[in-house]
Design a protein around this ligand. Structure first.
Ligand code: EPU
Length: 445
């Protein structure tokens, strides 16, 4: 398999000597994609990474058993399980997508470095630990590298609620005998800051108001679970959340179904758009994806809401489009690599502006190895559509960019070999199996 990939690269004059040696020596798992399409059949959208991780962290808020259904089989869930286990929460799989967490009250407030360092969502244990146990010691969280990812808004919000927070180069030590409700206006609608302040407010004395709160559907999912646990939250789904503090001991464990993943849904739509075909994307929630569906439609993709998801039909050729990333309900930065890959093979020129993470363009270099014509200027990318891409050896720089390279490979002549796929495994539940099920020529070696 490896040799075929190398031969394909040499045939297309795509592999440099360094890439050739890398491909020969590198024994870590890779994904190999060949030009595919038209795709057909149906694909089920799994549960959302950016929901389940936060729901799991919320189990630190109250004793009892939590049963999560529709849990995606992804590496980040295992990392969050390990972190919670280290803190004293017992975790057990009840089925392939059903996870039980039991909080019996014996909780440590010191999060181990090795667990926190692997994922950004590890910072979500800060709010629950602080509000319930009065203390949290945690190092700076890891996660995808998009350049700077500060947590100053989390910290200033918690300070406004009365927490003392000491920071040094290694970690954050937060403590408070009791948090008190506060009016907090976020200068940016940060997902993580909204979630940490929201969970910290659950046992704060009085009412906490978060203005300019992030409105991502995953935050709505977290609020709904907190309400089922016994919390009092108003304004769910809006940019003004009002949380009335509850008494410790008044919340309980619950059973909760994780919402479906809008980014994975968008990935399968992009795959059809690029490879051609007619596919049912089951479990896609159009009400969570309005803006991105509009963009896909502008590019020529036909998308029809159905009883359980979306029917997606590709045009003969995509049309280029401009877009800018914004917090929800705008076009999420997580969709951007997919839309850039689509623009790469569209008719015309598209200009993309990244407003959330200015450094989130590392995959562009990889797309260019496939023959894409893209120029970066500050936080803008100018993409001139080409007729087709050509297979090459590329590296997944992060979760969503890795998936976009797989999708781009569907439109590339020859073989595309994607390495560093542990990034993709962090957030995609069987991307290869799901794409193969639609008839794509994708394998994992
Ligand atoms: N920001 C600050 N200060 C803060 C917090 C954020 O300046 O205290 C800035 C960030 O630097 C960034 C912007 O605000 O420029 C947005 O950051 P946000 O806090 O909203 O993002 P996050 O919570 O770190 C989550 C997702 C990301 C997703 C972003 C934006 C999780 C675990 N991660 O990150 O998802 O891109 O929201 O929607 O929920 C992914 O799933 O692949 C992923 C990277």
């Amino acid at each position: 398999m490896r040799w075929r990939a190398v031969k394909a690269g040499v045939r297309g004059f795509r592999l440099t000597a360094g890439a050739y040696l890398n491909a020969m020596n590198n024994q870590s798992p890779r994904i190999i994609v060949r030009r595919s399409g038209p795709l057909s059949g149906n694909v089920q959208v799994p549960g959302a990474k950016n929901s389940v991780l936060k729901l799991m962290a919320a189990s630190l808020l109250a004793e009892g058993e939590y049963v999560f259904t529709n849990v995606p089989a992804i590496a980040d869930v295992d990392t969050m399980s390990d972190l919670l286990t280290a803190l004293g929460v017992k975790s057990k799989w009840l089925g392939p997508h059903e996870l039980s967490l039991t909080n019996s009250g014996n909780i440590s407030t010191e999060a181990p470095f090795e667990n926190v360092d692997k994922i950004r969502a590890s910072i979500n244990v800060l709010g629950p630990l602080l509000t319930h146990y009065g203390q949290a010691l945690i190092n700076w969280p890891g996660g995808d590298d998009f350049g700077g990812r500060p947590i100053d808004l989390h910290i200033s919000g918690l300070q406004k609620m009365g927490a003392t927070i000491e920071q040094n180069l290694l970690n954050i030590n937060a403590y408070a005998k009791e948090l008190r409700g506060a009016e907090i206006e976020l200068s940016f609608a940060s997902v993580g800051a909204t979630e940490n302040i929201l969970t910290a407010a659950i046992y704060a004395k009085g009412t906490t108001v978060i203005d300019n709160a992030a409105r991502e559907p995953e935050i709505g999912d977290l609020c709904n679970m907190l309400v089922a646990m016994g919390a009092q939250i108003e304004g769910i789904g809006t940019s003004r959340l009002m949380i009335h503090g509850s008494k410790k001991g008044s919340l309980r464990g619950v059973r909760h179904a994780v919402i479906n993943d809008r980014v994975q849904a968008a990935t399968y739509i992009a795959a059809v758009a690029i490879a051609g075909g007619d596919v049912q994307v089951r479990g896609a929630r159009p009400e969570h994806m309005e803006m991105v569906i509009n963009k896909y439609t502008q590019m020529g993709v036909s998308i029809y809401p159905q009883r359980d998801g979306l029917r997606v039909m590709a045009p003969e050729r995509l049309s280029a489009t401009d877009f800018a990333t914004l917090p929800y309900p705008g076009i999420a930065t997580d969709y951007k690599p997919l839309l850039v890959a689509m623009n790469s093979v569209s008719n015309g020129v598209g200009i993309v502006t990244e407003n959330l993470f200015p450094g989130r363009f590392r995959y562009i270099e990889e797309l260019c190895k496939l023959g894409a014509d893209i120029r970066i200027d500050g936080h803008h990318a100018v993409i001139k559509g080409v007729d087709h891409l050509i297979g090459a050896a590329v590296t997944a720089p992060d979760i969503r960019a890795g998936a976009a390279l797989v999708v781009a490979g569907l439109a590339a002549h020859g073989e595309t070999v994607i390495s560093e796929i542990h990034h993709i495994d962090r957030g995609y539940d069987d991307l290869v199996g799901r794409l193969s099920g639609l008839g794509a020529d994708v394998t994992r070696v």
